[in-house]
Design a protein around this ligand. Sequence first.
Ligand code: ZN
Length: 554
Amino acid sequence: MSAEKRIRFEELDALGATAELLFRDGFITLNDERMVLLHAHVLGALRRELVRTVGMEKARGVLTRMGYASGAHDAEMTRRRFPHRTPEENLYVGPALHRLEGSVNVRLNRVEVDRGAGRCLIDASWNGSYEAELHLESYGVHTGPVCWTQLGYATGFTSSIFGFPVHYREVACRGHGDEDCRLIGKSVSEWDHDTIEAELAYYRSDPVAEQLMALEEQVATLRETIEERQGRAELVGRSEGFRRVCELTHKAAASDVTVLLLGETGVGKEEFAKEIHRHSPRNARPMVTVNCAAIPADLIEAELFGVEKGAYTGAVSSRAGRFERADGGTLFLDEVGELSPSAQAKLLRVLADGIFERVGGTRPRRADVRIVAATNRELGALVDTGGFRSDLFYRLSVFPMRVPPLRERKADIPLLAERFLERFRVDHGRATLKLTDSALAALSHYHWPGNIRELRNVLERGAILADRDGLIHRGSLFPATDIALPQAFPAAERAPRDTEGLVAELLDAGEDFEAVEAAMFREAVRRCGGNLSEAAKRLGLTRATLAYRLKKNA
Ligand SMILES: [Zn+2]
């Protein structure tokens, strides 16, 4: 009495293997192995819960081992079903099954196997990894690859098929901001043991190792907290625009190219400059920041290039400039559009020949410095009007990167808001701080002329005005006053207000009703230039009632 449905997969037929899905009486089997269909977003929730419960590092271990088990299982099934086929042939069944099971689209770029010698080299690409998608949705771009279950699967499948341990590493990952994922697999003996030891640890569920990992994780978390306090919190997102900048950042970091960061005030250009330095081969040396707009034009050259004793009145001793202090590292020139013409000329020379002299000095000095410059101005337009040298402009814009304004990456707002709140929970000693749904919606609707910096300020205001339960209401983010938002914005663009939030604010402040009422009446009259009838109309009262209440409260 049962309906059966069989699906045969021709893709595997082409490989000389077969795969058959059978649906029957609440059972789904793939080549006689029972399978279960799960909602990807439920897996996402499970993954988040795991991370929350045991921490990111331990969760990675659990997911890696889960993937390993399922890869090894598929390999076993493959061997059992196709005993006449060689392991080299059966290797191709793994990617096909992985694809069929809905994990990811696999492309094998290169396969070299010498089973006798226990060696192999496999280079594969992953397109559309479900795991990267889930991770981005929950946490935004990660500091490393994130397709842990899938990597475990590849390791489990290949090791089991070949009969010797093969280790895979994800060398690019969509969850890390790369375009797509790519993995390299080699026999464990061929990897440099020191570099994969930490990765191999994810395959062991030894409780001692777990404890060590937990301690390691604590250290890493503490370090991360410190880094976040230095502003790194702002580098989070999942939007296309953010991902693109991350990708460029990683590319720029690997080379010594001069980078020009473009973008409005408050978009976090300095954070990207730091990220470039942090990931560059120069990261053991200092990153020195100069805000060209904050230093007077007559001092900027001395500041940048240093000064020799007696170069001008007041130069009582020789001192090094920022170029010398950044030696071997990175020099970040913020607001580079504000440089004086003579500083521009000197900068051009350093960029062209790597040579400069201190102010008042004659000895040429060599600068081993990577330049990252930033500006919120249209440098091209500045060149046209003679405010900026065109030759310097071309030297600086070898590798331009535009950091998008927040309104173009609204998908990142929930993640950014959570990062800021994490910080405010600590700073304000309120562990329960949380945005209401309507507050979050308001954040997403607003157009953020001040970008991430403004978001941070708005949230901090909200954190201070949060209600007793730590809830931040819409009205605490965007106060319902005319001063808070410039009138120039169209009405629809202005932050929405909500009465509920406003009321919560007033109640928390312990305001008494009569005082609030009186203040409201007085303000209405003031705005109407003392015209009682007009004020009454705005308040929805008669003129007489308003006059009476004003008198009563006076
Ligand atoms: Zn990945």
